[in-house]
Design a protein around this ligand. Structure first.
Ligand code: FAD
Ligand code: GLY
Length: 387
């Protein structure tokens, strides 16, 4: 059964109303194409509505990342202009800021680990400063006396992901794009190696020649040829509010056990677990207790705050922890998924890349290493290693 037969050939359907899908839809709409976002639930119902909103390219840098680190740094540089444009178009404040991040050590194991991490940062040419415990408390007076040392990265930032979702919805509307919530996509119809339409859960088919799959952790569940090996990686977070006036800290606070993001509005986000539990989003008492203890270790004032939310989200993980952004196996199919722990950070440059690809350009430089085709061999080697 086909419907909306009058849709123009230039219409693009985006599957998924998380930050990645919405950002892609906004940028595509800005190129003059008609765009339709299909979201099974409500926009932001997936990982994007749970995320802490760190834009922490440097603080989250890990060993052996190479191309992924360069991508994150480029993504961080794209955020100021993206946030300014989004707020200017919609009037919605995103609480975006380059607040910096403080990575802390509490015991001697932490200090040793932090020294290794700082050497890595310096080896990669990334700026970070070593601080004593006293220096740390001078910067952030709410820190506990037991903090022994810290590493300051000035360029990392933060944003409120829920505000970003609200703003992107409004920006898409203003560009003439359409969003349908409560519409589940079952699969992509392809014939002769070309996309023909999007099949909805009830069997209805919306004809289209271009589909962007941005269904987060569920991207590989769609009935589509050759999906990339995206899997859910559970993360539990807490949201606190109130108590002492103003933000708990000016900067993002990291320890080897947790992170704490304090927003100007007074919201405090404490995260996060990293769990391989399939599509389970249960919040567990053990995780809540552990996150509170880990945050209290460095910021004792968390105890005075009201616990307003405990939630679990599903990060779209891939075998190499890197996103999958680029054309799929059929003409007209594009993947924008697999952003794992950095989807908020990477959304603006993902959206630019997808809009450029749909416009007929080749893969933009930062994404050349992150095409869907690479995941076929990663998926195969992953399958081989577990066999
Ligand atoms: P999602 O936000 O999950 O959106 C996918 C959407 O697709 C969902 O709304 C879903 O309902 C919809 N959908 C799925 N299947 C279908 C279907 N068949 N039909 C229609 N719709 C469908 N990233 C950062 O950069 N900074 C952070 O600080 C950060 N913190 C995080 C903390 C936690 C605890 C977690 C879980 C994640 C965090 N992330 C962070 C990662 C980030 O949240 C994700 O990488 C990002 O949100 C992925 O966005 P997305 O749009 O691809 O997926
Ligand atoms: N980037 C933070 C998280 O995934 O928990």
């Amino acid at each position: 059964m086909h419907s909306d037969a009058g849709r123009g050939a230039d219409e693009v359907v985006v599957v998924g109303g998380g930050v990645v899908g919405l950002a892609c839809a906004w940028r595509i709409a800005q190129t003059g194409r008609r765009v339709l976002v299909l979201e099974r639930d409500e926009p932001g119902a997936g990982a994007s509505g749970v995320a802490a909103g760190m834009l922490a390219a440097v603080a989250e840098a890990d060993f052996g990342e190479g191309a992924l680190l360069r991508l994150r740094l480029e993504a961080a540089d794209a955020w100021p202009a993206f946030a300014a444009e989004l707020t200017a178009r919609t009037g919605i404040e995103l609480e975006y800021g380059r607040c910096g991040a403080l990575v802390l050590a509490v015991d001697s194991d932490d200090v040793e680990e932090l020294r290794r991490v700082q050497e890595l940062r310096h080896g990669l040419g990334l700026g970070s400063e070593w601080l004593t415990g006293r220096d740390c408390r001078r910067l952030e007076p709410a820190l506990a006396p037991r903090v022994r040392a810290g590493m300051l990265t000035r360029d990392d930032g933060q944003v409120d992901p829920r505000a970003v979702v609200r703003a992107l919805r409004e920006a898409i509307r203003r560009e003439g794009g359409e969003l349908r919530a409560g519409v589940a996509v079952e699969g992509i119809d392809e014939t002769g190696n070309r996309v023909r339409g999007v099949r909805l859960a009830g069997g209805e088919v919306l004809p289209t020649r271009a589909v962007v799959v941005a269904a987060g952790a569920w991207s590989a569940s769609l009935d589509v040829c050759d999906p990339p090996p995206v899997r859910p990686v559970k993360g539990q977070v807490l949201r606190l509010r109130g108590g002492v006036a103003g933000p708990l800290a000016q900067r993002i606070v990291w320890t080897p056990r947790c992170y704490v993001v304090s927003r100007p509005s007074g919201e405090v986000v404490v995260g996060a677990t990293v769990e391989e539990r399939g599509f389970d989003t249960t919040v567990t008492a053990g995780a809540v207790r552990q996150l509170l203890e880990d945050a209290r270790e460095v910021l004792p004032d968390v105890e005075e705050r009201e616990l307003v939310e405990a939630r679990a989200g599903l990060r779209p993980g891939t075998p190499g922890n890197a996103p999958v952004v680029g054309p799929g196996g059929s003409d007209g199919l594009f993947w924008a998924t697999g952003h794992y722990r950095n989807g908020i950070l990477l959304a603006p440059i993902t959206a630019d890349a997808i809009a450029a690809l749909i416009h007929g350009a080749g893969p933009p430089p930062p994404f050349r290493d992150f095409a869907a085709s690479r995941t076929r061999s990663e998926g195969a080697s992953l399958a081989g290693s577990t066999a």
